[in-house]
Design a binder for this molecule. Structure first.
Ligand code: HEM
Length: 486
């Protein structure tokens, strides 16, 4: 089978003028890149508000994200884009506030808790398979479906309740609009327009309220339940956050802080996974040979029964397909940091307040850091020759203290969904439909991702789907626990 080079915006031959850059970046941050963006170590562009750097050199990326992360806090303008949704939640906070939040959130994402949520992930995956099964042979907007399943998983994990189809669609729409407007605000901000003047801010706030309102109601229901003395012992994330006390000062989260953190977890916890899963299904649809190997792997691992936690370590190809998709289509394509003091990066003197972008999109497609960077090749992850690239130029979950809190959660969920769907269905490309990647807050396809979904001949697993599965998770070491450190 010949190599498949999946869609990527054609880089410009040379750097765009400031005006063209601002006009184009409003559409997507990857549509302004030019040829040299994919081979340079450090680039910079002038914007009316400040100078902005793009850093692709692994040792310097390590310095910014890991070794000297305190000197490079999360960018303030990023926080202001997301405040309507996330308030002062852990994704956007900095300094002592962030340290305190992270101390209180970490236990909810310990390896043991992730193993505990495996049965919930499986329930949502089966529900998705049922929805797809009802559309056998049809062309399905698969990105909406992946949003539904990942939103359902994180919703169940937070609240112990499933997310209905209507709420899921509402969220998909509201977040789509929010991300357009909030991203545009970030661009206006760089162009020197103060936030309060930025067009669309009012509408962004309105879309954010739709999502935040749904989550607030969930938090309030639980607080009322607890106040009324209901004793249902729940083991979900909300219960963990309600119990959490800062080990340093003993304080608990206030209601507002709870809603901020739940909003972060809900959004960071499904939008990213939904994006990568939709791309992964598209990629395997374009490489039927890899899809068949995935099917064989899942069939061997699950056989005629439902997936168990202990099966996860046998899903090597599912893991590599997921990793390779994260390389080619990292949902968080650009991470922004502000320089808090004067410093040097290579030959550049960086001033306080200037912005540095570390871009998984660029570094993971860098021509000097990866072999055949634009080719979809999941097997590269088992090839010792790519060890160095994986170690130094692969950061879909970031690195250092601000590494993704949900990386192991996301790997487990992604591998499970991919493996189970590949066992049950065949995904086929739709003639004439080529997804167009655009990067705003997350990386999505501008024209959606549509695939034809064909149910495979009934398997023994399907026949047993209705058997009440043992909800207890299987045992076995988690094979991907070290992913975030990469
Ligand atoms: C494939 C899926 C995911 C990807 C690619 C991803 C990627 C990332 C990246 C790159 C960051 C760092 C952003 C930055 O430094 O600017 C991040 C942070 C974060 N992610 Fe994820 N994420 C994923 C799934 C999840 C899930 C499932 C959860 C929670 C259930 C989650 C929760 C968070 C949180 C809370 C942070 C902020 C951590 C901090 O700043 O201390 N993410 N994620």
């Amino acid at each position: 089978m010949s190599e498949f080079v999946p869609p990527k915006p054609k880089p410009h031959a040379r750097k765009l003028s400031p005006l063209r850059r601002i006009l184009q970046v409003r559409h997507s941050s990857i549509s302004v890149l030019y040829d040299r963006s994919y081979s340079m170590h450090l680039g910079d562009v002038w914007t009316p508000s400040r100078r902005v750097y793009f850093l692709n050199q692994p040792d310097l990326v390590h310095r910014v994200l890991v070794k000297e992360s305190d000197k490079f806090p999360k960018s303030v303008s990023m926080g202001s884009m997301l405040e309507f949704l996330m308030g002062e939640g852990v994704f956007v906070s900095n300094g002592e506030l962030w340290r305190k939040q992270r101390r209180m959130l970490d236990p909810a994402f310990s390896q043991a808790r992730i193993q505990d949520v495996f049965p919930l992930m499986r329930e949502s995956t089966l529900a998705m398979a049922d929805r797809l099964g009802g559309r056998d042979g049809a062309i399905v907007p698969i990105d909406e479906e992946t949003t539904h399943v990942t939103a359902d998983i994180i919703f169940r994990t937070i609240f112990s309740e499933s997310l209905g189809k209507d709420d899921s669609r509402r969220i998909f729409k509201a977040f789509g609009r929010f991300q357009e407007l909030a991203y545009a605000q970030g661009v206006w901000n760089m162009a020197g327009v103060p936030n309060w003047l930025s067009p669309g801010r009012y509408f962004a706030a309105r879309h954010a309220r739709v999502i935040r309102g749904l989550l607030e109601r969930g938090v309030d229901r639980r607080i009322e339940e607890l106040a009324s003395g209901a004793t249902a012992a729940r083991k979900d994330i909300l219960a963990s956050l309600l119990e959490a006390r800062d080990p340093v000062d003993g304080q608990k989260f206030t209601r507002k802080e709870l809603v901020d953190q739940i909003s972060v977890l809900f959004l960071a916890g499904h939008e990213t996974s939904a994006s990568v899963l939709a791309w992964a299904l598209y990629l395997i649809a374009m490489r039927p040979d890899i899809q068949e190997r995935l099917n064989a792997e899942s069939s061997a691992a699950f056989g005629g029964r439902l997936p168990e936690f202990s099966d996860m370590k046998r899903l090597r190809l599912a893991r590599d397909v997921f990793r390779e998709t994260l390389r080619l289509y990292p949902p968080v394509s650009f991470m922004s940091r502000d320089s808090s003091e004067s410093t040097r990066l290579r030959d550049k003197a960086i001033k306080p307040g200037e912005m540095i972008f570390v871009s998984p999109w660029l570094i993971q497609r860098h021509t000097a850091l990866w072999d055949r960077p634009d080719v979809f090749d999941p097997d590269r992850f088992s090839d010792p020759a790519s060890k160095e690239s994986q170690r130094s130029a692969y950061l879909p979950f970031s690195a250092g203290p601000r590494v993704c809190l949900g990386a192991s959660f996301a790997m487990q969920e992604g591998m499970l969904i991919l493996a189970y769907l590949a066992q049950q269905f065949r995904f086929e490309p739709v003639e004439g439909h080529i997804p167009k990647p655009i990067a705003r807050l997350t990386l999505r396809s501008e024209n959606g991702i549509r695939l034809r979904v064909v149910k495979r001949a009934a398997t023994a697993a399907a026949a047993q789907r209705n058997d009440a599965a043992d909800p207890g998770a299987g045992e076995g070491g988690c094979p991907f626990a070290r992913m975030p450190e990469q």
